[in-house]
Design a protein around this ligand. Structure first.
Ligand code: SF4
Ligand code: SF4
Ligand code: ZN
Length: 280
């Protein structure tokens, strides 16, 4: 199995995973979405709220604000040494006190630990008119997207099969497929159609080119064929900013490895148990 990084920065990444099954690619995708823990606001004590929003609505909106999370410092609450009591390793505390008229934004959340501040200070929470007020204290905890979608560190997280495009010797370079392709993947060169260098990964496998060639052909055969490579996948991952894309990828892969090792141990224990039962 091989993972080749394409372009990657803290908030988005594109990479190729090859030499694996579709089941593994899907497990990897699911682990990135639901298995990588991050901070999100879970408990809110509202001391004063005269805004147009109910307390519950306000708390819900606070829960969806992405918070910066340090993988080296923060651990999921379920695995923390404090055993769920709450400590700086698994929780973060914030205060907010705003009086109208103005928009309350994520930047008004004051973190006790500045490294756990909101990813973006401009996220609107509620608009206050004259004399309206919001005063509250919020507690964020580390958990995963399996518990609630607000703990998912990814915005986009998907993959497609790597496209394989082939042309046979009957291609006359008419260019119909080039005009049909919505992604600019194809071009005519030397009276033959070919894939534009660096554009192959942009192919969506829509097969419009194949259909066009088939419609225009005399013999009822398409000269161009587009097929998915069943062992190679193009991943596109975007982070909400709470964790860097590389941290999400690495953590998900570490989890999958640990799960495979755990399964191996369980299976060997089961087979040992069976052989004991057979000999006794
Ligand atoms: S439509 Fe068919 S024949 Fe025409 S350029 Fe494309 S592959 Fe070749
Ligand atoms: S399958 Fe779709 S995107 Fe890919 S080359 Fe053909 S028309 Fe273009
Ligand atoms: Zn703790």
């Amino acid at each position: 199995m091989e993972l080749a990084m394409g372009r990657i920065d803290d908030t988005s990444g594109r990479f190729i995973l090859s030499g694996c099954t579709p089941a593994f690619a899907n497990s990897f995708r699911r682990e990135m979405i639901g298995g990588v823990a991050k901070l999100a606001i879970e408990d809110v004590k509202i001391y004063d709220n005269t805004s147009a929003l109910f307390d519950e609505m306000l708390a819900h909106r606070l829960g969806l604000i992405p918070l910066r999370t340090e993988r080296s410092v923060h651990v999921p609450a379920a695995e923390c040494a404090c055993e769920g009591v709450g400590c700086p390793a698994c929780t973060a505390i914030y205060t907010l006190s705003v009086e109208g008229p103005r928009m309350v934004t994520s930047g008004d959340l004051i973190p006790q630990d500045p490294s756990t501040g909101p990813v973006d200070d401009r996220i609107p929470i509620v608009k206050l008119t004259q004399d309206q007020k919001v005063v509250l204290e919020a507690k964020a905890v580390m958990a995963t997207g399996r518990q609630h979608a607000k703990w998912q560190p990814t915005l986009t997280c998907g993959y497609k099969n790597y496209p394989v495009i082939t042309m046979d010797e009957h291609c006359d370079g008419c260019g119909m497929c080039v005009e049909e392709c919505p992604r600019g993947v194809l071009a005519v060169r030397n009276e033959k159609v070919s894939v534009v260098k660096t554009r192959l990964e942009d192919c969506s496998l829509c097969r419009l080119c194949e259909r066009k060639c088939f419609e225009e052909s005399i013999g009822g055969e398409s000269s161009i064929r587009v097929t998915p490579d069943e062992t190679r996948f193009v991943f596109q991952v975007e982070s909400d900013g709470s964790l860097a894309v590389l941290e999400i990828v690495e953590t998900a892969l570490r989890h999958l490895k640990q799960k495979a090792l755990d399964l191996e141990t369980i299976l060997s224990e089961v087979s040992e148990g069976e052989s004991h039962a057979a000999t006794s």
